[in-house]
Design a protein around this ligand. Structure first.
Ligand code: ADP
Ligand code: MG
Length: 257
């Protein structure tokens, strides 16, 4: 198994509060991995650490065997990581295709000077970006909507556009922050289908999610956070039967998905 992402004793404190407390885990190539936990467990903070939006107080992060512990988000992009945001970050006045193309980043050597001086290089880059965007849209059943403006589309479709954008960025690992939040049941079905498509592409996916049923239906492995600590890790069946997990979720929601 190739490890794509690894954290070692990752820790983040805010003043006296330990939001993420010594969390170690690893995600393999092509794996469908979920991080769950009750509200306030540290899920979003953990994701922000992984994607370079926050620096850890302690511990280490490795991406494709490279230490990226204090790398900024754009550095992680170049090393193969893409992410979506809980509240979406699409350009509302641009089309679906334009948004997905905006996810691509220039390949090796695409410095500004190349873009300015070598028009041919820029054209080839644009063509490659467009081809990748078109492939991603077809894979995620969004092709028919490619020319629609984002602001005209339902929320659930917008979520899948974000996933297409991550796919077009040619990442080998994608982080998704609560993608099911605010979706209706039909949109959730489409989302689970999109997530399964990502898996069939051989991408590792780390899903941060509150919605148990979605996680249970999709994940191969689940890590459970509670008060910043990893209290369990295993298959959906193992996690669902774990007394510590049941206790952590008692009073908030049932683990019966
Ligand atoms: P989750 O996403 O699992 O609901 P969070 O990672 O958002 O949990 O929060 C974990 C804990 O860290 C909570 O107690 C939260 O109040 C606290 N926290 C999160 N972000 C900050 C911040 N920027 N400053 C201070 N405390 C924070
Ligand atoms: Mg959160």
């Amino acid at each position: 198994m190739t490890t794509v992402l690894e954290t070692r004793k990752l820790t983040k404190t805010f003043g006296g509060l330990v939001a993420v407390n010594g969390v170690s885990l690893s995600v393999n190539a092509g794996e469908a991995f979920a991080v769950i936990g009750p509200n306030g467990a540290g899920k979003s903070t953990f994701l922000n650490l992984l994607s370079g939006l926050m620096s850890p107080t302690d511990g280490e992060i490795f991406l494709n065997d490279t230490s990226v512990t204090n790398s900024p988000a754009h550095g992680l992009r170049r090393l193969g990581m893409a992410r979506t945001f809980q509240n979406g970050r699409l350009f509302q006045r641009l089309t679906v295709l334009e948004n997905v193309m905006a996810g691509g980043c220039p390949g090796e050597g695409a410095r500004l000077i190349d873009v300015v001086l070598r028009r041919g290089f820029y054209d080839r880059w644009q063509d490659a970006l467009r081809a990748r965007a078109e492939t991603a849209l077809k894979k995620l059943d969004l092709w028919a909507m490619r020319d629609a403006e984002i602001s005209q589309l339902p929320f659930g479709v917008q979520r899948n556009v974000e996933i297409a954008r991550a796919l077009a960025a040619e990442a080998n690992i994608i982080l998704l922050d609560e993608p099911a939040a605010g979706l209706n049941s039909g949109e959730r079905v489409a989302l689970v289908r999109a997530l399964k498509d990502l898996k069939s592409e051989g991408l590792a996916v780390v899903l941060i999610e509150h919605d148990m049923s979605l996680v249970m239906a999709w994940a191969e492995r689940i890590a459970v956070l509670n008060f910043g600590e990893k209290i369990a890790e295993g298959t959906p069946a193992e996690v669902r039967a774990n007394p510590k997990v049941i206790e952590a979720y008692l009073g908030t929601e049932a683990v019966d998905a």
